[in-house]
Structure formats: C-alpha cells, structure tokens
Design a protein around this ligand. Structure first.
Ligand code: FAD
Length: 319
C-alpha cells in the first residue's frame, strides 16, 4: 500500500527571490495555510551568489510591508542619480541623453542596490519565521492534477534532505522556477521567446574614488554597459557582449579581463580591482502565453524573463 502524501495548501517551486517573496506574502496574509517551498539547488547554494540587484522604491515598500526590508536596509546603497549615454566611459566630452535624479517621495530614493545574498537570506528568515517549510536539493519533476488537489512529484537533486523521491499533495502549485521553467513545460504552456545573442557579464569592482550614488548606463557598440553603485567604493557591473565574446572574457585570463574592463570603465573613479568571480548570463526575452493553468500558476521569470537593461526583472516578479 502506498504512503499517504504529505498535505500542503500551497507548494512553491523555486526559492529564488520571487518564490520566497510569494511564500512570505501568502503566509503573512493567510497565517493558517500550510506552505512548502522547494528548490532544486542544494541547501545553502544561494549564499554563493555574489551579485547585487537594483530594487525599485515600490518593491522596497512591499518588502518593508512584509517585514523583510528593515533588517537589510543598512547593506543597501541608494541610487540617487542615473545617467544614460551613448558615449564611452573614457570620452572627454560625454553627451548625456537622459538623467534620472531625485526621489520617489521625500527621503525615498527611486531605487537601491542590494546584494542578492542579503535579500535572499532575509526572505528565507522571514518565511521560516512565518512557518513556511523550505527544502533545498529538492526538484519538482512532475505533477498530476485532480479536481480538488494536485499531486506534486519531488526528487532529491543532491545537497538536500530528500535522497529518493516523494509525492506531496497541495491545492496549488506556484512555479517560480526561473526563466527556463520546466513546470511551465509540464503545464504545456508555450512561450514567446527571443534570444538576443548577447550575454551580460556580471562582476563587482572596487575603485579608489566614491561613486556618490550615481548609476551609469553606457550604450557601447557591443551593447549596454551598466555601472551600479554598491556600499563603499564599489560598483556592480552588467557588461553586455555577444555571447561568444562574453564567454571568452569570463573564462579567459584575469589580467586580460581587467584590461578590457578598464577600457570600458575608464579612470574617473581611479584604479579599479575586480572583486570575487565573474559570470556571463545569456540574455533573452521569454514571455509565457498563459500564466495560469488548473492548479498551477507561474510567477517571476517563469512567467516573464526580460532583458536586465533597466534592472526590472526581479521588480516585475515582485509585482
Ligand atoms: C545580468 C542580470 C542582471 C540583473 N539585474 C537585475 C536588477 O538589477 N534588478 C532586477 O529587478 N532584476 C535583475 N535581473 C533579473 C532577476 O535576476 C530575475 O528577474 C530574478 O532572479 C527572477 O527571480 P525568480 O525567483 O523568478 O527566478 P530565479 O532567481 O531564477 O530562481 C529560480 C529558482 O528555481 C529553482 N528551480 C529551478 N527548477 C526547479 C524545479 N524543477 N524544482 C524546484 N526548484 C527549481 C532554481 O534552483 C532557482 O533557485 C537581472 C538578471 C540578469 C541576467
């Protein structure tokens, strides 16, 4: 005789920012519900994400309302000004096409740069405080939808508590499993997809002089090059190149990478040093044709993956 599956009200697949924020928002609004969040990545893998994200004022208000922002606000760098230009960073005369300055409301900058690891950690802590169960190393491999519930098949993907397989039952499965969502495929939801043929190289640089909270977006011939201020004399970069060139740069010699970077970054913030690792993310547009199917809903990048040019992907997911 087979074991009775453990029952939840809602299972969230994916403990990224959107999956965790969704679980926190539901647990906060309906404390009686049983929630489970599973993530394919091993327990603790999220601690190795060295990136940072631009979080807009509206998303910060939401995080604040959910009790997540206060504990991490000190680690966030306010963006007080943003310039958009097609001049090179080293050009002496640099025409600026567009500037954004000021505040969303008095005393409230229009965005902050937040280290991903701090945001993910705070969302996890809040979810657990609200009684949400979180399991790493656990992949949703399939589901069977019935008239009153959905059976969700889980498999241990290493680095978690589940060695083999398990089935749990829920009333709703929320797929927050990212832009290459397998659950979207399982639900038979097709997408509109464009591959931009470019990748965004992400890394952090330390520099001698302060950035004064200024973000810059340079439209270089190979693609946008964004300099985003972090706490202290540090900035996060999103440097767009054709995918093959991006792969060559991140997998090649560190010295070559720094020289290429210096040419684009310029010298106005003094000497720069690359901190930590560098990674290239292939860029594309993926929009699901449906966001819901019976007992399954998509959220975040699983529903809509967009170009990072304006730093809106995660912000859109939070909405
Ligand atoms: C270079 C770059 C820079 C960016 N900068 C910004 C920015 O500044 N601001 C901004 O708002 N957005 C930014 N974005 C976009 C942002 O990173 C994404 O929108 C955001 O990460 C989406 O979150 P998510 O939770 O939907 O998905 P993800 O963060 O992709 O999380 C998906 C999770 O699902 C898990 N998973 C996958 N399959 C399964 C499965 N079958 N079962 C269980 N778990 C599974 C994965 O392990 C993962 O943890 C940027 C994107 C890129 C590429």
């Amino acid at each position: 005789m087979s074991e009775t599956p453990e029952r939840y009200d809602i299972v969230v697949a994916g403990a990224g920012y959107v999956g965790l924020a969704t679980a926190v928002a539901i647990a906060d609004a309906a404390p009686g519900l049983r929630l489970l969040v599973v993530d394919a990545a091993p327990d603790g893998a999220w601690r190795r994400d060295g990136r940072a994200s631009a979080i807009a004022a509206a998303a910060i208000r939401m995080l604040d309302r959910l009790g997540v922002w206060d504990g991490i606000a000190d680690g966030a760098q306010p963006i007080t000004e943003m310039i958009v230009t097609d001049s090179k960073t080293a050009d002496v005369v640099r025409p600026v096409f567009l500037t954004f300055g000021g505040e969303a409301s008095p005393g409230e900058p229009f965005a902050h740069m937040m280290p991903n690891v701090a945001l993910n950690g705070a969302l996890r802590a809040r979810a657990e405080a609200l009684g949400v169960a979180i399991r790493g190393g656990t992949t949703v491999t399939g589901y069977d939808e019935g008239p009153a519930s959905i059976e969700i098949h889980l498999a241990g993907s290493g680095g978690g508590h589940l060695a083999g397989g398990e089935t749990v039952e829920a009333r709703l499965l929320i797929a927050c499993d990212g832009v290459r969502s397998k659950i979207r495929d399982m639900a038979g939801i097709r997408t509109v997809h464009t591959d931009y043929g470019q990748s965004g190289i992400v890394c952090t640089v330390a520099h001698e002089r302060p950035h004064n909270g200024r973000a810059e977006e340079h439209f270089l011939p190979s693609g946008p090059f964004a300099i985003l201020p972090l706490k202290g004399n540090r900035s996060s970069l999103v440097w767009t190149e054709p995918t093959r060139e991006a792969e060559r740069l991140v997998s090649g010699d560190d010295l070559v990478f720094e020289l290429e970077l210096e040419q684009r970054f310029g010298h106005k913030l003094g000497r720069i040093t690359v901190e930590g690792g560098k990674r290239a993310f292939p860029l594309g547009l993926t929009i699901a044709r449906d966001f819901v199917k019976p007992r399954v809903a998509l959220a975040g990048d699983a529903a809509h993956g967009i170009h990072p040019i304006a730093g809106q992907g995660l912000n859109l997911g939070f909405k």
